[in-house]
Design a protein around this ligand. Structure first.
Ligand code: AVJ
Length: 324
């Protein structure tokens, strides 16, 4: 119970309190994306080791027309709805082609960051003056629910960049089932998934030579210092990433290089860190075709078509609602 004198904690503060009170300690990767974190992630996407972005870009550039035909399905009118805006570079490749094919499309994107939405909207408005663009700030499902009712047009939902990799299997199924519930039978879902490959390639992608991923990971401690009034000494933590080939997931951690305590004013708690104690930060799941098929089937979808890059590093998978 909260006493009347205790200020209510934000969800962020609550999650940090819970994560750092747990054994092992953890922080949620969903909090990486403050302004600086968003900027650092854009930098990660340009790193030579971070192959995911290049692979998805290759698929969109080399197979644009095949993707268009699969989306259109004999009907050139549809709404593209992107979940999580990103910087829109990859989606722009598709939109450019669709407009040249004289498709009747509208683009809308849903994101929790208003800043990301504004940047994207400005970019797309100047690149595609004829495109109908809509940005929506907020939670995916509340907004999708309203889309189900409002639009008579066919919807194609985009969830790119292997963002799903941060979700556990259960969270993923939950997410897909929720999407399925707001989709009509002729709507489609297009999802990017990073595939299993040489583990060395994967480890390098999450532990780049220039140290950008380390900065990205440590930035969450800076965010806690700033927003929750904490005294993390960033220099006393180091980034560590590994890949577990059995679970097929990359994991990243922050390791306390010495025994230390950290005070977080917003939750009025001190946290003790042992020397070499790890804080679990992020999981990035890697998939194979069986896993993708199982995820689709178990959440009420069927795979309509898979698109791969030339190295088979990455898959953009197009799902249609399964009708029972
Ligand atoms: C944005 C979740 C797809 O897991 O590959 C990149 C985030 N973390 N480098 C990923 C990330 C470290 C990224 N996703």
């Amino acid at each position: 119970m909260q006493s009347s004198t205790t200020p209510e904690l934000t969800t962020f503060a609550e999650d940090v309190l819970r994560g750092l009170s747990s054994t092992p300690k953890s922080l949620s990767s969903k909090y990486f994306y403050d302004d600086e974190g968003t900027r650092l992630f854009q930098e990660i996407m340009k790193l030579p080791e971070y192959y995911l972005t290049g692979c998805e870009h290759e698929i969109f550039s080399m197979q644009t027309d095949a993707i268009f035909r699969a989306f259109a399905n004999g009907d050139r009118a549809f709404d593209l709805i992107e979940l999580g805006a990103g910087d829109g570079t990859k989606t722009a490749v598709l939109i450019d082609h669709f407009l040249k094919q004289e498709a009747d499309i509208a683009y809308s994107t849903i994101d929790i960051s208003q800043e990301a939405l504004d940047a994207l909207s400005a970019k797309f408005t100047s690149a595609f003056p004829s495109l109908k663009i809509e940005t929506r700030n907020g939670d995916y499902f509340r907004i999708l629910e309203s889309l189900k009712k409002s639009s008579g047009r066919r919807k194609i939902l985009l969830f790119l960049g292997s963002n799903i990799g941060n979700f556990s299997r259960e969270q993923s199924l939950d997410f897909f089932r929720n999407l399925r519930r707001v989709m009509n039978t002729d709507d489609l879902f297009f999802i990017g998934l990073d595939l299993q490959k040489d583990p060395h390639v994967i480890v390098d992608a999450y532990d780049d030579a220039a140290g950008v991923t380390a900065k990205f990971n440590l930035n969450l401690l800076r965010r806690i210092n700033r927003e929750l009034d904490a005294d993390f000494d960033i220099d006393k933590f180091m980034h560590y990433a590994n890949y577990r080939p059995i679970e097929a997931s990359a994991r990243s951690f922050l390791i306390s290089q010495e025994r230390q305590s950290v005070y977080i004013k917003a939750v009025d708690r001190t946290f003790e860190f042992e020397q070499w104690e790890a804080v679990f930060m992020e999981m990035s799941q890697k998939y194979n075709l069986k896993m993708i098929d199982d995820l689709a089937t178990e959440s009420g979808f069927a795979i309509k078509q898979n698109f791969f890059d030339s190295r088979n590093y990455y898959c953009d998978s197009l799902w249609r609602p399964a009708v029972s």
